[in-house]
Design a protein around this ligand. Structure first.
Ligand code: MN3
Length: 202
């Protein structure tokens, strides 16, 4: 099947003043679109024609850790990562999750503040391009992880609940080199906790 760019789940201005319409228009309209275009071109050129019949998730799992499929993996994972990231944010987001989910974070990390600190630490210390995540592991335990470039929890058997894009293109127009300020703003003003809790419940 042809992989398509999913619609952005809100207006380009929805995340202002924290993420500008300018950033979103480049990030969604240029970067995310380019991963979709590249992936479709690579699938069309691939020797294995069965790949083009798979879903995006199936393509990611089939290409993970295969040295001859790095380009397909990188572009497929980046299509998925960005679609997931858009859903992790909303207008007037951030703050605290529901009491029930907050209790799960407290159980896993000690307090909501410690969860925020650990997530920020992962996001700030990811060297170069990548992603910070809250995941549910195979035992159902909540964990923080960070991944480089296009890598993602799905390739490690874990379920993504929340992600923050820490590639420079995600924040440079609004925050220049101040990745810690971008991550603080993501936690305080952007997270869509309803979406995170839906991922946990699945
Ligand atoms: Mn990005």
């Amino acid at each position: 099947m042809t992989i398509t760019l999913p619609p952005l789940p809100y207006e380009m201005t929805a995340l202002e003043p924290y993420i500008s319409a300018n950033t979103l228009s480049f990030h969604y309209g240029k970067h995310h679109q380019a991963y979709v275009t590249n992936l479709n071109n690579l699938l069309a050129d691939a020797a294995d024609k069965s790949l083009a019949t798979l879903s995006l998730e199936e393509i990611i799992k089939a290409s993970a850790r295969k040295p001859d499929m790095v380009g397909i993996f990188n572009n497929a994972a980046q299509v998925w990562n960005h679609s997931f990231y858009w859903n992790c944010m909303k207008h007037n987001g951030g703050g605290e999750p529901s009491a029930a989910f907050k209790a799960r974070l407290e159980e896993a990390f000690g307090s909501f503040e410690k969860f925020c600190a650990e997530f920020k630490q992962a996001a700030v210390t990811q060297f170069g391009s990548g992603w910070a995540w809250l995941v549910k592991d195979q035992e159902g335990k909540l964990k923080i992880m960070k991944t480089g470039n296009a890598d993602l929890p799905m390739a490690h058997g874990e379920t993504a609940l929340l992600t923050c894009d820490v590639w420079e293109h995600a924040y440079y127009l609004d925050y220049q080199n101040r990745r810690p300020d971008y991550v603080d703003t993501f936690l305080k003003h952007l997270i869509n906790w309803d979406f995170v809790e839906q991922q946990f419940a699945q």
